[in-house]
Design a protein. Structure first.
Length: 318
């Protein structure tokens, strides 16, 4: 994956990153909580993994983020750019001026990706009059206090807080838990993660998160919400090369994105961590479902209707 070297990056809302900085951080997702506490995340990978291990080992419920109000699933904030959370070092986004910088620096790649996704959804015909960018992408280390979803530790991974319309991520995800699950750390894999989180922001704007009633199970609303975010990520992927920021997405990039979707499937995570699969505890969908809906989004980037997982009768065959 390469960025247009002549693209001008917008870092006006980028104020560095708490902790290690950059987008090389860990991901995960949050499980939608009724009453709006914290929501799912990109694969939700990490959150799902942490949630699964916690519930299996200690019997703790899904209130991972504590008692903060107004959050649900994954997503992104508004074109707020990247902001540093309290605590930790500050990442350097000030030197991110062009796409060429994004090609050589992970911090700048994150800025370029955020710019690209914001531009895509801002111009999407299905969001005319309703779009607003996420408030921020917050890079944190160790722990972060959200603006409405309580506090979260690094083990939670990337997640979206609907209450403050912000994406939170700690850059340790990809080189720690994600790789332990068999994933790989590449620019496009990171793009897939961010695009999934941004997809949650779109769901927040459209009111889709309010449709979530059932929290677990292969046909649950929680799974449908996550698969839709994957589909939205596929929509952005299909259109990205025409946005002026992304110059090239190769077949290898797509293969890496598909592999990432597989890595964060409920069945894959459960199998890797416990040696068994319990479909009744699914919150994000199986690997094959996540791959299928990501591909579904790529087939029609011009219509959100194609990603309506809530009306789908068969989640295995979009």
């Amino acid at each position: 994956m390469r960025f247009n070297p002549k693209a001008r990056l917008d870092t006006s809302r980028t104020s560095g990153g708490g902790g290690r900085g950059g987008f090389g951080g860990g991901g995960g997702a949050r499980i939608p909580i009724p009453g709006g506490r914290a929501g799912g995340g990109i694969g939700t990978v990490i959150v799902l993994l942490v949630f699964f291990l916690v519930t299996q080992c200690t019997g703790v419920g899904p209130q991972v983020l504590g008692e903060g109000s107004g959050s649900t699933s994954i997503g992104t904030g508004t074109f707020g750019g990247m902001q540093g959370a309290e605590g930790g070092d500050t990442g350097d986004f000030g030197s991110c001026r062009t796409g060429e910088d994004a090609n050589s620096d992970e911090n700048c790649a994150l800025v370029a990706l955020e710019n690209s996704m914001t531009g895509y959804w801002d111009s999407h015909r299905d969001l005319t009059g309703r779009f607003q960018p996420e408030q921020a992408v917050v890079i944190f280390s160790d722990q972060v206090q959200t603006g409405g979803c309580g506090s979260a530790s690094s083990s939670v991974g990337p997640f979206y807080c609907p209450a403050d319309q912000t994406i939170y991520l700690d850059p340790t995800f990809f080189d720690s838990i994600f790789e332990q699950l068999g994933g790989q750390d590449t620019t496009f894999v990171r793009a897939y993660v961010l695009a999934h989180e941004y997809g949650h922001h779109i769901q927040n704007l459209l009111g889709t998160m309010g449709q979530v009633r059932t929290q677990q199970g292969p046909d649950s609303d929680a799974v449908r919400l996550e698969l839709q975010a994957d589909c939205y990520a596929g929509m952005w992927t299909a259109a990205a090369e025409n946005d002026g920021f992304v110059e090239d997405i190769t077949d290898q990039d797509i293969a890496e994105g598909i592999d990432a979707a597989k890595t964060v499937g409920d069945d894959h995570i459960q199998s890797r961590t416990t040696g068994r699969v319990d479909t009744s505890s699914f919150t994000h969908g199986s690997s094959e479902q996540r791959i299928a809906w990501f591909r579904k989004g790529m087939t029609n980037p011009d219509s959100i209707a194609g990603c309506d997982t809530f009306r789908a009768r068969d989640l295995d065959n979009p």
